[in-house]
Design a protein around this ligand. Structure first.
Ligand SMILES: Nc1ncnc2c1ncn2[C@@H]1O[C@H](COP(=O)(O)OP(=O)(O)OP(=O)(O)O)[C@@H](O)[C@H]1O
Ligand SMILES: [Mg+2]
Length: 302
């Protein structure tokens, strides 16, 4: 068995006032030792998927497995292999970050020595070592989040399920977390995370899925996803954009700034040089995952 997480036509319907079909048949396979990211707009179904995989929520139809264990019929067994950072982090106020890491690791059956070692490593990784003995109720929002991330990093679980782990973290800490996640993957852990930060998805993922309205609309490596757009370059222009010579490319405007998408590099360079001659600021770069995400989710790529 090569798969750490797999889902087969997973469907979830929430029965609130109106039934909400949050997942409409999601098939996802995540290999052991892979970092897999779910991207999608608000309400796409990412948290729903993660909560089913983490045995917190029952699917309506379909099946899902964690390390070969059915998340419904063998939930206890599946649970032994996972550690979770939920989207809405709630800390127990009286605990300290150290206690979070150390006791949670002991609870998972780790030896005291290993729990100490792993807790220190995790708390240092998220830069919480200095604050390890403060009670969580006195920590800032981002610091609380870091405490929960540390407890998961210290857990030694095979599969880490992280729902927007870095939202609310500053840029410096975020990059530290990325580095630790990649280290864990090198060590053979499997990570499934969600994010709205496209740079994060591009930097850390081996593969990713874009989910929209409960359906997977694209799946692959960051480069494979980027190759779905026919435009390969973007030009950022600033100034009186009306001065730009006529062209037939797709444009997105933000006041006096424009992003122009073009198919090839020669065309990009020629347009930049025309813009510069008109006294505008202009530069070109390859398109980003964010550009393609917006195109896909906006329905511009079939
Ligand atoms: N308990 C619930 N009852 C009814 N509908 C729900 C419930 N939880 C979620 N939903 C709906 O299911 C859909 C998917 O929600 P989900 O939380 O999985 O989205 P998400 O992709 O995680 O979004 P976000 O990026 O905002 O976190 C949304 O339309 C949401 O309104
Ligand atoms: Mg969510």
């Amino acid at each position: 068995m090569n798969e750490a997480v797999s889902s087969f036509h997973l469907v979830k319907v929430y029965h609130s006032k109106e039934p909400v079909e949050a997942l409409k048949g999601v098939d996802i396979n995540i290999k052991k030792g892979e970092l897999y990211t779910l991207l999608g707009p608000n309400g796409a179904g990412k948290t729903t998927f993660l909560r089913i995989i983490s045995t917190q929520l029952l699917p309506t139809k379909g099946e899902a497995y964690v390390m070969g264990f059915n998340v419904v019929k063998e939930a206890e067994k599946a649970r032994e292999h996972i550690a979770v950072v939920p989207q809405d982090v709630m800390t127990y106020g009286n605990y300290t970050p150290w206690e979070y890491c150390y006791y949670f690791s002991l609870l998972r059956g780790m030896s005291r020595r290993k729990a100490k070692e792993m807790s220190e490593k995790a708390l240092r990784a998220v830069e919480l070592w200095e604050l390890r003995n403060r009670t969580c109720s006195t920590l800032s929002g981002g610091e609380k989040k870091r405490a929960i991330i540390a407890s998961v990093l210290a857990s030694d679980a095979d599969v880490l399920l992280l729902d927007e782990p870095t939202s609310g973290l500053d840029a410096v800490t975020r990059r530290k977390v990325w580095a630790v996640l990649r280290e864990l993957v090198q060590e053979g852990k499997t990570i499934l995370l969600t994010t709205h930060i496209m740079e994060e998805a591009e930097m850390v993922s081996d593969r990713l899925a874009i989910i929209n309205k409960g359906e997977v609309i694209a799946q692959g490596s960051p480069d494979e996803i980027k190759a779905l757009a026919k435009e390969r370059f973007r030009i950022l222009v600033e100034g009186n954009v009306k001065l730009l010579p006529n062209h037939n490319n797709r444009v997105v405007s933000f006041g006096n700034k424009q992003i122009i998408y073009v198919e090839d590099e020669d065309e990009a360079i020629s347009l930049v040089s025309k813009a510069l001659k008109k006294g505008l600021k202009a530069e070109t770069a390859p398109i980003t995952l964010e550009d393609v995400f917006i195109k896909l989710v906006g329905g511009e790529i079939e």
